[in-house]
Design a protein around this ligand. Structure first.
Ligand code: DGP
Length: 121
């Protein structure tokens, strides 16, 4: 299902062109328009789910796939985890609701990485 008013649904459907870093039958990944770090990706399900709080058991596999993509894409972007003694690594973030700072009501995982300073999120 999609929401005709949702900006991320429009990116998913290609109504709004946005270069994709990754896509498969369930997920698209693109760069944040207002990056807070040198690498700032958004992992977005094709399915319109408004927030993490709207996820149910049936979404478990999708959520697992989204989370599992993060380290893979971080590595691809040069900010992958390089072991406990390495400098590499990245931050994953899901904002939920006004209290959580959510701006776009279509579930997404932020993946942030690269040299600091970063803008606060
Ligand atoms: P959040 O606060 O978690 O809902 O973050 C939403 C992010 O989405 C925010 O960092 C900016 C980004 N964003 C909003 N509109 C667009 C857009 O049209 N294109 C892209 N690439 N990113 C967008």
């Amino acid at each position: 299902m999609s929401d005709s008013q949702c900006i991320f649904c429009k990116i998913v459907s290609r109504e709004i062109p946005s270069p994709l870093v990754y896509e498969d039958d369930e997920i698209v990944v693109f760069r944040d328009i207002n990056p807070a770090a040198p690498v700032h990706l958004l992992i977005v399900p094709r399915l319109h789910i408004e927030t993490l709080a709207d996820c149910e058991n049936q979404h478990g596999a999708l959520l697992g796939k989204m989370v599992g993509l993060a380290p893979r894409l971080a590595r691809q972007e040069g900010v992958g985890y390089a072991g406990r003694d390495g400098d590499g690594g990245f931050k994953t973030l899901i904002n939920t609701g006004r209290g959580g700072g959510q701006e776009v009501y279509h579930l997404h995982i932020h993946v942030l990485g690269g040299p600091r300073p970063w803008k606060p999120r």
